[in-house]
Design a binder for this molecule. Structure first.
Ligand SMILES: *Cc1c(COP(=O)(O)O)cnc(C)c1O
Length: 423
């Protein structure tokens, strides 16, 4: 099915029922699986055969969602987790331990930034943040002998800065570490990091993948291309005592990273997705292509309207020709996705006044679902960051983040028009 289009994969991949089986992949609401012999279960525990053993580690409904995401991203395997935050956490812990270091772009989602800067540090893992505009030489200077990965967002939240794939994937290759990319905002329909030099892709499926604001979830997809046997990743190549001395790379080849994350990390800390959430998120994927086109179309029209408005001081949307990210966005993405940011005259207080006056667009701590929503990062998602870190992440006090929904665009524009009039 490799040559199916994105649209067909979004609808059909991940599940093909046999004769007489349900057309829609059912919700297998079972923690447990029955086997005919003790030996059959022992073989599962020894990872000699594949199969479901316990729903902390795998489940048939979740597997359908994993398979579809792997197909959409073009990866060899995927692992669904209980949130985007766990996807970030496990993607790093799978190959980093106390005493290690990694490099991340400074323009990250606030939750990821906190996780990396504060929580990883408590685990003994140090992070260096680099400015996305820094020269390749400057970026390379932040690498150390114990650096294990490079991490960035394809389109950053909330700044909507487009990742320079060419620059950063070349650096990761030269430094011989995997390049992990959070592809939450574009989704695989608009951008394919694995084809642009990333080795591993992660998602908060809570956003456009689900798309309807029903289910918190995360996903890790592995491209299967990184050479883990380069001497930097003993956890991937050396015997795992918790599986009778098995080596992930020797036993599982290109699937080593996902298998290790599942049978070691998810087994031990238990952060797997629930079947119910996988069912709903997979339903969302069936219309991913239609929704992403409309989100992008509506966002561009709203951005063009706001750009001309006298009370609006600036608008940032990667498909506006005036936007510094325009060329990179055209190069790497099919369309601009549904998130834009803008600033109003009068700073933080004015931003809150405009937000409170909106009627169709709602004030929500969420982004990327079918309904238009607004958020003020400085006083909400990024409020735990210092002012300096906020600025590094592109969060200005007057910045309003709009998640443009798929309602009628004239209604959306009319709502912003009446709210801005109240300023
Ligand atoms: C929301 C978000 C996350 C965190 O995901 P949760 O599902 O909320 O845990 C990570 N990265 C990006 C880019 C996000 O927008």
């Amino acid at each position: 099915m490799k040559d199916w289009s994105m649209e067909t994969k979004a609808v059909q991949s991940g599940y093909s029922p046999k004769n007489g089986e349900p057309r829609v992949a059912p919700i297998v609401q079972s923690t447990t699986y029955k086997y005919d012999s003790c030996q059959a279960i022992a073989d599962l525990f020894d990872l000699k055969v594949a199969g479901h053993m316990y729903s902390r580690i795998s489940n048939p409904t979740v597997e359908v969602f994993e398979n579809k995401m792997a197909a959409l991203e073009g990866g060899v395997g995927a692992l669904a987790l209980s949130s985007g935050q766990t996807a970030s956490t496990i993607s790093v812990l799978n190959i980093c331990e106390a005493g290690d270091h990694f490099v991340a772009l400074s323009t990250l989602y606030g939750g990821t930034f906190n996780l990396f800067k504060h929580t990883m540090k408590k685990l003994g893992i140090e992070v260096s943040f680099v400015d996305p505009e820094a020269s390749p030489e400057e970026v390379k200077q932040s690498f150390q002998s114990n650096t294990k990965l490079l991490f960035g967002e394809s389109l950053s939240n909330p700044g909507t800065d487009m990742l320079n794939f060419e620059k950063f994937s070349a650096i990761a290759k030269e430094m011989d570490v995997p390049f992990i990319v959070d592809n939450t905002f574009p989704t695989p329909y608009l951008c394919n990091p694995l084809q642009l030099g990333a080795d591993i892709v992660i998602h908060s499926t809570t956003k456009y993948v689900d798309g309807h604001a029903t289910s918190v979830g995360g996903m890790i997809v592995d491209g299967g291309t990184f050479n883990w046997a380069n001497g930097k990743f003993p956890g991937m190549t050396e015997p795992d005592e918790s599986y009778h001395g098995l080596s992930y790379v020797d036993t599982f080849g290109p699937n080593a990273y996902i298998v290790k994350a599942r049978v070691q990390w998810v087994r031990d800390v238990g952060c797997y997705m629930s079947p119910q959430n996988a069912f709903l998120s997979n339903k969302g994927l069936e219309t991913l292509h239609l929704r992403m086109e409309r989100h992008s179309e509506n966002a561009l029209k709203l951005a063009e309207y706001l750009e001309k408005h006298e009370k609006v001081t600036w608008v940032k949307y990667p498909r506006l020709e005036s936007d510094p990210n325009y060329e990179l966005c055209v190069k790497y993405m099919k369309a601009g996705s549904g998130v834009l940011t803008f600033g109003v005259q009068g700073g933080s207080a004015a931003a809150e006044r405009v937000m409170d006056a909106l009627q169709l667009a709602e004030r929500v701590v969420h982004v990327a679902d079918v309904r238009t929503g607004v958020l003020h990062p400085a006083s909400m998602t990024h409020r735990q960051l210092s002012e300096e870190d906020q600025l590094k992440a592109g969060v200005l006090p007057e910045l309003i983040r709009v998640s443009v929904g798929i309602e009628g665009v004239d209604d959306i524009i009319a709502d912003f028009s009446q709210a801005l009039e109240k300023l």
